[in-house]
Design a protein around this ligand. Sequence first.
Ligand code: HEM
Length: 163
Amino acid sequence: MSSVDTNGEIDYDLLSKLSYLDAVVSETLRLHAPSTTVARIASQDYKLGDTGITIKKGQAVSIPIYAIAHLEEFYPNPESFIPERFLPENKPKLVPYTYLPFGGGPRNCVGMRFGLMEAKLGLAHVIMRYRFFACANTDIPVSLIRNLFLHTPKRVIVGIHKR
Ligand code: HEM
């Protein structure tokens, strides 16, 4: 941050250059995608390659966002927080449609860019001023409330120091 910070001002251009911040947010959403699944309804019969499975017109299909993002074959060491997976030099190696925190295709999240910008802007301002660290009451790993669709942590307790 300090190398690109301009008097505490963070505009859209500056935010777009913070690739490690982007990678941290992306990896957080991979590990803890708030929506665990998305659903579609087949508009026509669809043969799934050579699997012998045909999805019938009108059939509901659930796409397991959380499970796909935790598969070793797509994300080695899947339970570990490794933001480097999402750095610009590594992003092209990701397998398409395995990273779906905002869904996918023409009906993906319409608020994705806004949501990401908001999260990164907030985080950038906070980490410029405060340092966060794990303390005695920090849950490692974070403990989740297991809802059907939305994942939320039971609690998040961390230590904070003013920089
Ligand atoms: C981190 C923040 C967010 C996450 C993880 C998220 C996730 C998602 C997901 C998984 C879907 C379903 C996409 C699909 O079916 O393929 C969705 C849809 C949608 N999201 Fe978000 N979302 C976020 C923020 C926002 C924000 C900030 C807005 C509005 C300002 C928004 C508005 C919508 C709308 C309107 C849809 C329905 C799109 C459609 O059906 O065409 N989302 N979102």
